[in-house]
Design a protein around this ligand. Structure first.
Ligand code: GLC
Length: 445
């Protein structure tokens, strides 16, 4: 029996992760000017768009159908318990009326402080609100051009295209000379102060914010032009964040030692066991997309199937983590049909199976083949990925179960062979992932 690790590091951190580890399921929202090109949130870099090129989206950003109350209702119906929205993404565009910049929603045809109505609507639905804040900023004049920057001479583009192939860091380090020169006028100190001023606005102007999701660091190594804690002045930024919002959960992308983060955020991965950092189990949250891009992408064909979506949630909680599932709203301000359908998969499944997710965590018991366990106290939830014909042997849980039922309809599942196996119905329940609720014996030795 593998012991369930207590994520000591997270629990002793300043940020309040107690609600977070119960809520388990959140919604990520990537929304900004990049919804208009509809080719992903990295479009400026992947296509090497200049400020002038990108201006056409700023001039036409007019999400006339934006209805945050509707978004919040959709989120609630999908079963999420918290939301993290991109206050600013790498393009530098701000969804709020920041006093630090003109590059904000209130100066587009939309004219609105989009975060204001957003936080009000989500709170009204009883959901906690977090802000994603990009450390990168491709619009700010003091942000030095680097390999990821749209003006980086296509280095990032070549890198993205070259992913999977053999790739040499020399190409990345070889930023064209004229770009290096252009950087002489850019002062990262000015930018770091801008970041602090904006974070202050976000943490003081919008009520209680529960998560600050900074993204991301790519420190230099061996000539690689990157940015990290010295550029963002991360220690100061974190200090400010904790001072303004002592309860706020801060993620791990500031390039500070791992023990400075309340939550660790592996991206687009399904861990096979509780996530550890330097050998220590941590509070963790995996973020995923429905298709591939985070920002709205019209033409992507790689949408996950309903079953994959639900399995992602199960596999995450079965390893003691949270799932932050992303929606990229359109330029009209709507969740498109594909996103709504995907959300409905979660909503429908969680309506019947929420008991196996919320407030649950990894189990100490090893599940049978093609199954996952989640657990809350003496309730053990057996998520059956491949429905067997007839009996399912309980393995480690043999003899420890007092009663078993299907979770979708509370119909009894008989225990057979002195509690060593379950007698499953031949017909697999018609749900995306069937769950058997096992009532563990409390009198067990
Ligand atoms: C990456 C991407 C970014 C996305 C984020 C979500 O860091 O740069 O576009 O917002 O992942 O985790």
């Amino acid at each position: 029996m593998a012991a369930v690790p207590a994520p000591e590091r997270g629990l002793t951190m300043p940020g309040d992760t107690s609600w977070f580890m119960r809520d388990r399921f959140g919604m990520f929202i990537h929304w900004g000017l990049y919804a208009l090109p509809a080719r992903g949130e990295w479009v400026r870099t992947t296509e090497g768009l200049s400020d002038v090129d990108y201006q056409r989206y700023f001039d036409r950003f007019d999400p006339d159908l934006y209805d945050p109350a509707q978004w919040a209702a959709n989120a609630r119906a999908a079963g999420v318990r918290y939301v993290v929205i991109t206050a600013k993404h790498h393009d530098g565009f701000c969804l709020w009326d920041s006093a630090q910049t003109d590059f904000k929603s209130t100066n587009t045809p939309c004219r609105e402080d989009l975060l204001r109505s957003f936080v009000d609507a989500f709170r009204a639905e009883g959901l906690r609100v977090g802000f994603y804040y990009s450390l990168l900023d491709w619009h700010h004049p003091d942000f030095p051009v680097d390999a990821y920057h749209p003006l980086g001479g296509g280095v990032a583009k070549r890198m993205i295209e070259g992913m999977g192939e053999e790739f040499s860091f020399e190409t990345l380090a070889a930023l064209p000379e004229d770009i290096r020169k252009r950087n002489e006028d850019r002062d990262i100190r000015v930018y770091a102060a801008y970041v602090r001023a904006q974070v202050r606005e976000l943490l003081t102007g919008y009520g209680r914010i529960d998560v600050m999701w900074f993204d991301f660091s790519y420190p230099g190594a061996g000539g690689l032009p990157g940015k990290g804690k010295d550029d963002w002045e991360s220690a100061r930024l974190l200090e400010l964040t904790r001072e303004l919002a002592p309860h706020v959960i801060v993620n791990d992308r500031l390039d500070l030692p791992a023990d400075h983060a309340d939550v660790h955020t592996p991206e687009q991965v399904v861990p096979k066991e509780w996530v550890r950092v330097d050998g220590t189990p941590v509070v963790w949250e995996a973020c995923h997309t429905f298709s591939g891009s985070w920002g709205y992408h019209r033409d992507e064909a790689s949408w996950k199937s309903p079953q994959q979506l639900v399995r992602l949630l199960v596999e995450t909680v079965a390893c003691g983590g949270n799932l932050l599932m992303n929606v990229g709203p359109t330029g009209r301000g709507t969740f498109d049909r594909r996103a709504l359908d995907a959300l409905a998969c979660y909503g429908d499944w969680l309506r019947l199976h929420g008991r196996a997710i919320y407030d649950c965590t990894a189990s100490e018991l090893t599940p049978p083949a093609d199954c996952r366990y989640t657990q809350r106290g003496d309730r053990l939830y057996l998520h059956v990925f491949a429905w067997p014909c007839g009996e399912l042997s309980l393995g480690e849980a043999a003899g420890r179960v007092a009663y078993a039922q299907l979770l979708d309809d509370a119909s009894e599942v008989p225990l057979v062979d002195s509690g060593r196996a379950l007698k499953l119905p031949v017909r697999r329940p018609d749900v995306l992932v069937p769950v058997v609720e096992l009532f563990l014996r409390t009198d067990a030795p």
